[in-house]
Design a protein around this ligand. Sequence first.
Ligand code: HEC
Ligand code: HEC
Length: 367
Amino acid sequence: MAGTTRIWVASLLVGGVLIAGCSAEESAEPAPSPEAESSPPAADSAATELMQRARTTLGVLPRYVKNEANARTDAKIDLGRMLYYDARLSKNHDVSCNSCHMLDAFGVDGEPTSPGHRGQRGDRNSPTVYNAALHVAQFWDGRAADVEEQAGGPVLNPVEMAMPNEDSVLAVLRSIPGYVEAFAAAYPREDDPLTYANMAKAIGSFERALLTPGRLDAFLEGDAGALTEKQKRGLDTFLAVGCNSCHNGPALGGTMYRKLGFIFPYETEDPGREKITGNPADRHVFKVPSLRNVAKTGPYLHDGSIESLPEVVRIMGKHQIGLDLSDEQVSDIVAFLQALTGRVDASYIAKPELPANGPDTPAPDPS
Ligand code: HEC
Ligand code: HEC
């Protein structure tokens, strides 16, 4: 196990820097103090050692997740924010991205599965949109490459926003004069700025700043007091038992796919990535989810079947690592996971005023 962990640490350093698009590893290093070198007080040196161990496997949370193919501009982000909140992108004008991924509720709706058009529910839990842009791919099974590709999906999904096709979505957007202007401002050099792909790019631009720094980041930057003693014990246990062999990188997840039941089989109906790849070896394989804000994003797992955080930690110990974690270990890890609740920028996520309907805006369709 120790050998495997070390390999992940090495590859992660490279991965973390690539994902973050910057090499903040060194700048995050606290200035070495000469006194600490000669006679380190026991508690401080333990905290420093824990900090360093955590930093190599978790890396630094960026402020924006860049995409070379979708350059960031304020006009695009402002447009993306409006679209994110606009229920007119749904057939009955009653479901928006924010219905299932509520930005003032850590990007989730708290339901095992989410009601979409006519209250229909899919078979998977809505993951949070916060920090999702850091993931190697989107959805539980990774079937969309990035947040831009993902954003085009729900609008046309019959159980989510249920629009019949791209043209019907574009007809709605073209009928709203404020959107015609906003697309022209966001894509000033394009002959035809109002396209489906540009809608998805704007939403993606907005999502790329939905990052939630918190106490863990302060700790990783050198503030030993940012975590309580119990949270530090939890972080130490998290690393010692190898949760970070899967949950690593700045989002504590989203860097790889692994089987649910990696060591000890876990009963679940969902085929996971097998549905995408057709490879029986991918049965029950899912994208390892991010653990940022996890205390606020239950219920848990791809089907939302587990309500309690201690229970899901116990399941992870048993099925992913092959360990029966003690009550104390579970309680310490849960305290650490609670320290992953981050800050949400209230002004960034505030619902903007949405542009008014034009004379030809199609009416809601409840069918
Ligand atoms: C009816 C509920 C619903 C609506 C509306 C909805 N989503 Fe989702 N979203 C989900 C579910 C469920 C999943 C997971 C599906 C899966 O993995 O198969 C998901 C997955 C995602 C993910 C992937 C996150 C990750 O960790 O992989 C992102 C990002 C996302 N949605 C953004 C959006 C955006 C943007 C919109 C609006 C255009 C939107 N969603 C509309 C329910 C919804
Ligand atoms: C072998 C890889 C692996 C290891 C090791 C692992 N996990 Fe996971 N973890 C996963 C996968 C994959 C999922 C998603 C499974 C699903 O939803 O079907 C997951 C899900 C979770 C969830 C639920 C997140 C959510 O939003 O639903 C939590 C919490 C979690 N893990 C914590 C831990 C902790 C704590 C440890 C260490 C005790 C750990 N994991 C070890 C792969 C792993």
